[in-house]
Structures are given as C-alpha cells and as structure tokens.
Design a protein around this ligand. Sequence first.
Ligand SMILES: Cc1cc2nc3c(=O)[nH]c(=O)nc-3n(C[C@H](O)[C@H](O)[C@H](O)COP(=O)(O)OP(=O)(O)OC[C@H]3O[C@@H](n4cnc5c(N)ncnc54)[C@H](O)[C@@H]3O)c2cc1C
Length: 401
Amino acid sequence: MTRISTDILVSGGGVAGLAAAALFGSAGFRVICVDPAPPVTDEAADGADLRTTAFLQPSLKVLREAGLWDRLAPHATELQVMRIVDAGGKTPAPRITRDFNAADVSDLPFGWNLPNWLLRREMVARVAELPNVEFRPGIGTKSVLTRDTEALVTLSDGTRVSARLLVAADGRHSPVREAVGIGARTIRYGQKALAFAVTHPQPHGNVSTEIHRSGGPFTLVPLPDRDGRPCSAIVWMERGPEALRLFAMQEAEFNAEMTARSGAIYGPLTLITRRTLWPIISQIAHRFSAQRTALVAEAAHVVPPIGAQGLNMSLADLRVLLELCRGAPAHIGEAAMLEMYHRRRYPEVAARVTGIDMLNRVSMQGAPAIRDLRGAGIAALYGLPPVRKTLMRAGLGVRLG
Ligand SMILES: Cc1cc2nc3c(=O)[nH]c(=O)nc-3n(C[C@H](O)[C@H](O)[C@H](O)COP(=O)(O)OP(=O)(O)OC[C@H]3O[C@@H](n4cnc5c(N)ncnc54)[C@H](O)[C@@H]3O)c2cc1C
C-alpha cells in the first residue's frame, strides 16, 4: 500500500475544490486534490455543467491569487447593472423594475459571468502548471481518520495520505463531513432550477435581470454573443412538478413559454444548449471545522441561486483559510487555526443563508396579495438610495462602513 504525505489534501475537484488546489498551490503549499468524477471540460459533452457563475468583486482577488484570473478574463462577461423586476400582476409583463448600477458604489462592474464547464477547463490547466499540486481525477476519498497531528485519508485506489489539513470540498453530501461526524441543517423547498443558455434579438447591455412572479426567480445573466446574436444564461426556478414539465417540453413550446415568463424583455428567446435540472435546498453544516479538517463550499453551505452568492461564499471560505495558513505555516491544520476559521466564517455564512432563504420564500409566493406586497417592497427598498447602496455592498460581499 502506498503511503504519502502532503500539507493539504483537498477532497473534491468541483469548481470549489479545484479553486482551492490552485489557490493553496499558488501560495506554495504541497496539495493533493482528488475526485472520483473526472471533470467535464467541454460544453457539448454529456454531463457538462451548464450553469454559469457570476463572480462578485471580492472573488476577483481570490481568482487572481490562484493564478486563474488571467486565464478566465478573456472569457468573462462584465455585469454592470443588476435589475430586479416584479412581474407578479395578472400577466407576466414587468410591472416594477429597479436597477442596481455598480457605478453607484464602485468603479468596477459588480461581477463577471463565466460558464462552469469553462471554469473547470481553466482550473485543471492552472493546477497542471503547479509542480507542488497533484490532481488525481477518478480517485475519491474512501475513509478518514484524524488525530492531533494529522488527517489520515485512505483513497479509493488504496493510497494512504497523511495531510496536515484536510479540506472538504466534496459537495452537499460531503463524505468527509459525514466521516468527521458533523451534521447539517437542511431546508427543502420542493423546488428545482433549470439552467441553460439562450440567444435573443435585443442586446442584454451587460444587465443581469432577476424576474419575480411565482415559483422562484427567473434570472438572465449576460454571456458573450453567440454566432452574432446576443446570448444569456438562464436560471429558471419553479416548484418541482412544474420544473419537470418544463424540462420535458418540446423545444418550440419551451421557447414560447420562457419568452412569456421573461416578459419578452429581450424579444423571443431561443434555447441553444441542453436544459439541466438542479434541486434547490438551503443547508448549513453545524460546524465548519473538525480535528485537522475544514469544510468549504457546498460541504459547508448551500443556498438557492439568488444574488449569485453560492460559489462567491465558497471563495471567501478559501480566502480566510489561506490567510490563516499563510499567517502561521508551521501550524497548518492545528486546532486553534481551525477554530478561528470556524469563528470567522460561520456567522457570516449563517446570516447569508438566512437572508437568501427569506428572499427565496418571498419569490416563490403565487398568491396575488403577497405578490403585490413583494412588488411594493421592491419599489420601496430600491427607491431609497442609502438603503439601495447598503444592500448592494452587502450583496457584493464588500465590507460595510
Ligand atoms: C442553478 C444554479 C446556479 C448557480 N449560480 C451561481 C452563481 O451565479 N454564482 C455563485 O457564486 N454560485 C452559483 N451557484 C452555486 C454554485 O454553482 C455552487 O456553489 C458550486 O457549483 C458548488 O461547487 P462545489 O465544488 O462546492 O460542489 P460540487 O460541484 O458538487 O463538487 C463536489 C465534488 O466533490 C466530488 N466528490 C464526491 N464524493 C467525493 C469523494 N468521496 N471524494 C472526493 N471527491 C468527492 C464530486 O464528484 C464533485 O465533483 C449556482 C447553483 C445553481 C444550482
């Protein structure tokens, strides 16, 4: 049986795990990253992740430090305005529209949108450049034993790894979280999200638009033009049975239905990728650390895709963890460091999970009276410049005060 040692073992090579490998590797730590599912790095391939990620301003610093931004920037679409639309009237036509313009609080756009399959492609390439990082796709974490001095991890190929720090980035059903005995609180909504891309006749103008009617938001996020036509990624949240109905619908009928749901703000929408379906939950682990182990990303927290918070919170986890490791490299993974990680991340994440849970519940409402209240709420909140700016900074993850 092979036995090896490393500074950091990252369990999970999804977008968060690969970002962790690139970040800690770029900082000079010895890293091994494992994942039983090899990454799909081509949009047309089966199993490609057709979601996109809107990276908000604070994430840019992390992507730069990970040596990723130069690779990603040429493919990114700038998001300058976040538009919130209430379409809760008798028809799906927009009845209240409010804009958050990044220019009100910053010289930069509020975010940059990138397809997840492309993130994987560029992250795998970045990790391959780093001699101190080893990515082992096709191999997973099988069992975990921790003690004061190390995490001893047995991989699915029989290799035993002694790591000073085990980073659990192995998703919402995290096998590492389970192995170290940390529970999680889960909220189910009976809701799913369809994620896909469309073209449309009218340009998006770098505006990301969230339209609220019932069942959850319908969000259009700008992508680069495709074959000379303006293009957007869509996340369409609905109650489970309705989402399944839309998923199975004939394409022409689907195009008509989504155009109606969009309020035809960009004219007729045309589907240009497969439709993919994602179950929606909120979840937060009871703790973000255990002996020699840190939970990050969906292993620690899951939120509905509202306000582009999920992966951005994950990069914030990595930023804090790296800061702690860099500050005391001789003490990586020790109890005091991991306690500090938990204390710095847990309250902030818990507040965001609560906030997004509330927004999602409000957005799901179908009763006309509640929809009217929601519309009035949007108009009032966004109408007051100081409140709007505070909300924007909080949404962007920019420190207040
Ligand atoms: C529709 C939708 C839209 C979204 N849009 C945004 C957005 O705009 N902005 C944003 O910030 N976030 C967004 N999110 C959230 C974001 O997509 C997720 O936070 C992110 O993809 C989760 O990444 P992850 O690496 O934590 O988990 P995963 O992608 O689930 O990766 C976990 C990995 O762990 C691996 N694994 C499983 N078992 C093992 C094992 N035993 N050993 C090792 N590895 C293992 C799995 O194979 C998998 O590759 C969105 C989410 C949804 C559903």
